[in-house]
Design a binder for this molecule. Sequence first.
Ligand code: NAP
Length: 242
Amino acid sequence: MNCALVTGGSRGIGRAVCIKLAAMGYFMLVNYRSNREEAEKTLSLLREKGGDGVLLQFDVGSREEVTRVLGGWITEHADNHIEVLVNNAGVKEDVLLMWMKDEQWSQVINTSLNGFFYVTKLVLQDMLMQKYGRIINIVSLSGLKGLPGQTNYSAAKGGVIAATKALAQEVGRRNITVNAIAPGFIKTDMTEGLDEKQLRSLIPVSRFGEPEEVAHAVGFFASKESSYITGEVLSVNGGMYS
Ligand code: NAP
């Protein structure tokens, strides 16, 4: 069975990505951290479209949980292969650097950057054996240009962008592509407190994006036909210059 793993699949962009990849025929491994109810909803939405999958609860920033839960699933399902990995789980803790607490720095870095490392390292082993894989990292406009109040988040996403380019060069020979998608303002819980009316003057398309518009780009990188595109960062931001 060909599987796809999406971290942070319980809500927002991750949910839309799960539905998209299920529609492409993948058995979905839907990861979440704590919101079981929303994760169940993702599963029922993708089942409504004829797909199927399972929930895997673990904190991507915890090596112990990643090893136990994801590593456990991989060991128990040696005949199934994770062909597509979407590193989507992320959090923000916006505050000016001079006021930033140590935990606010480390929580954001740990989820995006260490989470990328723990999960990718585990999943990559089978991709290398199978000589096929698609790794897609959800980064941010903030990681490309840096945004004030987000030094932690910009550093985390900028780190994942650099890691994307480095890993792409390590694994290209094995038909594994590694790309990143940098969304701008997308309508999810993460942007709930932002004023779309005020911010849309910054966006040429003049609105926030939908999670499905990011999922479309994930589907593009995940497809078998995207075999000669690797180490790229694709902006999905309504035309904001980045
Ligand atoms: P969201 O609506 O806040 O959802 C976050 C998801 O990540 C949830 O499924 C959450 O699980 C999961 N998660 C958070 N920390 C986790 C951890 N340590 N381990 C496992 N799962 C974890 O966020 P979103 O807007 O969809 O964002 C998804 C990704 O896109 C993030 O990487 C974000 O940085 C990036 N992004 C978003 C925007 C935007 O405008 N929304 C723009 C640029 C980039 P629970 O439900 O269990 O909490």
